[in-house]
Write a protein that binds this ligand. Structure first.
Ligand code: C2E
Ligand code: CA
Ligand code: CA
Length: 547
């Protein structure tokens, strides 16, 4: 609080100072103007005669939003509180001006106002500057299209409103022979003309320039219409002086809400679709859904061709060695399925196995791999080679109540001793096995027959060590993600050491997979691992390379 010896002196000085520098007006308790200073008259273009008796609502534009602001100011003062903030007001001629406004209720009693004093500072030029700055940030000044920032705001608004629209990413490619200054002008000309074609074709759709030659259109139009832009460009070709050049447009369409849900996702998906088009020569606009359809088609094709693949010997098995640290020799080979299809190319197990599981083909695939493994193991036995073979299994296979019986019959048919075969199960598999007694029973039956089990991908599943005691597991394979960060993360090293110790305390043999270099191998040896597997020991090979 300001304190002076004579309060009347203070108030007269204060009033003089405010009068001089501020816009000031005064209303009665109902909001009718009873006084204004000259500054107010200048800014608001009112004459003193006419302004007196007008309400403060008349000092704002009649538009709903502006009247709400006047209401907000008034509500505050009727609650006997000061209002302070930036507001837009209106001159007598209907022009807008902006002020920082302080409205002070002058109290008659605790609940009623005697009058209200308004003090304001004109900030119109600041606001205009800010608007101009926003324009710079929001507009691409070469083409007049939206900037990326504006696009983001716009798209987020459309998403919030749940509008249906396509996010179309377009990339313009042209080849100018030289890169002189003149060419830079031509380039600008091409881009401007291209922007102009976009505006003409897509009419009211918002269009943004997001890179030098990259554009995004948001449009409710159907794919066929969007794709028609290429014909439109052919009919309305771009000429730049006498220059002849070749111009192509490649694009991708991602739809909201069908394909993706956020600005980032939509833009990324449309960009990816465009990149795919470019990879196969460009000059096309594809919809993401085309791509998605291709993926679905590919899945259907894989499923369809899978049955034939074994017969045509397109499916085969490779074997990857595991190295026993103590004996310094290879003791096991892991069977990994491979498929090279003439049309689909090579299909990785990570793509193949889930499809095989979904379509029920996993049992046939499993039978094929076990048969191949049994044949090879039998050869090892005949040639006095000490190797066992481990096979990956899917829980789907064990949901068949005759799985164990099938395995045993294959081994018998191939004259393969069961002790030469290990079956790898994952932690997620183990989790289910615990719940389904029939699975556990099959594992025990196989164990009885002489087959042993390895817990694969250890450390990535449900993280329970219980299976190690409840299921017939002999070996544990620590997942390769741990190996990857073993040398760089001290925590991983501690974790791996702990896992090895725990397994040893349960009499389990520990393999670590994904070992790619000598440092990893040495460190794992010092941590007590029993065996290592990975490219450092050997990549998967076909059986012909082994025998
Ligand atoms: P997995 O059982 O964890 O197999 C290890 C995967 O890592 C194999 O990939 C292998 O080629 C790869 N790998 C081996 N050494 C290294 C290394 O040093 N570094 C790196 N980065 N990778 C290495 P693959 O053959 O693509 O198999 C992928 C997955 O597919 C397997 O993971 C397994 O879960 C499954 N799978 C493979 N064959 C079969 C099968 O016959 N039946 C079933 N049910 N699943 C299979
Ligand atoms: Ca495995
Ligand atoms: Ca594994």
């Amino acid at each position: 609080m300001i304190s002076v010896s004579d309060p009347t002196l203070l108030s007269t000085s204060l009033i003089r100072g405010l009068e001089e520098h501020f816009i000031a007006f005064h209303t009665d308790a109902e909001g009718f103007i009873t006084y204004t200073n000259n500054n107010f008259l200048k800014v608001s273009e009112w004459t003193p005669k006419r302004v007196l008796g007008k309400s403060i609502w008349q000092m704002f534009s009649p538009e709903e939003d502006d009247q709400k602001i006047a209401d907000a100011v008034w509500n505050k003062v009727t609650k006997q509180q000061n209002f302070f903030g930036d507001v837009k007001m209106m001159t007598r001629d209907g022009h807008s001006y902006y002020v920082t406004l302080l409205a002070i209720p002058i109290l008659r009693s605790e609940t009623t106002n005697e009058s209200v004093l308004f003090l304001a500072l004109d900030i119109t030029s600041d606001v205009q500057l800010r608007k101009q700055l926003q324009q710079v940030a929001y507009l691409d000044y070469e083409t007049g299209l939206m900037s990326r920032y504006k696009l983001e705001t716009y798209m987020n608004e459309a998403i919030a409103k749940k509008d249906h629209f396509s996010c179309v990413y377009l990339r313009l490619d042209y080849h100018l022979h030289e890169s002189t200054e003149e060419m830079a002008d031509y380039e600008k000309d091409i881009i401007q003309k291209f922007a102009n074609r976009l505006n003409r074709y897509f009419q009211d759709s918002p269009i943004a320039r997001v890179g030098k030659n990259e554009f995004v259109v948001l449009t409710p139009f159907a794919d066929w219409f969007i794709q028609g832009f290429l014909q439109f460009l052919e009919q309305q070709p771009i000429h730049v002086e006498q220059l002849s050049f070749h111009l192509t447009v490649s694009g991708g369409i991602a739809r909201f809400p069908e394909d993706q849900q956020t600005f980032k996702q939509l833009l990324a998906a449309a960009t990816e679709a465009t990149n795919n088009v470019l990879r196969v020569g460009g000059n096309r606009i594809v919809s993401l859904s085309d791509d998605a359809h291709k993926r679905i088609n590919r899945k259907a094709m894989i499923a369809q061709r899978l049955t034939e693949a074994i017969r045509k010997e397109e499916l085969y098995v490779m074997f990857q060695p595991q190295y026993d640290i103590q004996t310094e020799s290879i003791n096991t080979y892991e069977a990994l399925v491979r498929w090279d299809d003439a049309e689909l190319g090579s299909i990785t197990p990570d793509e193949l196995i889930p499809i095989a599981e979904e379509t029920g083909f996993i049992e046939e695939l499993g039978t094929f791999v076990i048969t191949e493994a049994a044949k090879l193991a039998r050869r090892f036995q005949l040639e006095n080679l000490p190797y066992t073979i481990s096979i990956n299994s899917s829980v789907r296979e064990f949901l068949q109540s005759d799985m164990a019986q099938n395995v045993v019959s294959i081994l018998q048919k191939e004259h393969c001793p069961a002790s030469r075969i290990e079956i790898e199960i994952t932690e997620n598999f183990a989790f289910l096995a615990e719940e389904q007694l029939s699975i556990t029973k099959q594992l025990l039956d196989l164990q009885q027959a002489g087959v042993t089990f390895t817990l694969d991908d250890f450390g990535t599943g449900y993280g329970s060590f219980r299976y190690l005691q409840t299921l017939p597991i002999k070996k544990v394979k620590i997942d390769q993600t741990f190996t990857q960060s073993l040398l760089t993360h001290p925590k991983t090293r501690k974790l791996v050491e702990g896992m090895i110790q725990l397994c040893h305390s349960l009499d389990l043999y520990v393999i670590v997979e994904g070992v790619e270099n000598e440092q990893q191998a040495e460190l794992l040896q010092s941590l007590g691992a029993d065996s290592i597997q990975g490219y450092y020991v050997g990549t998967p090979i076909v059986k012909e390379e082994m025998l």
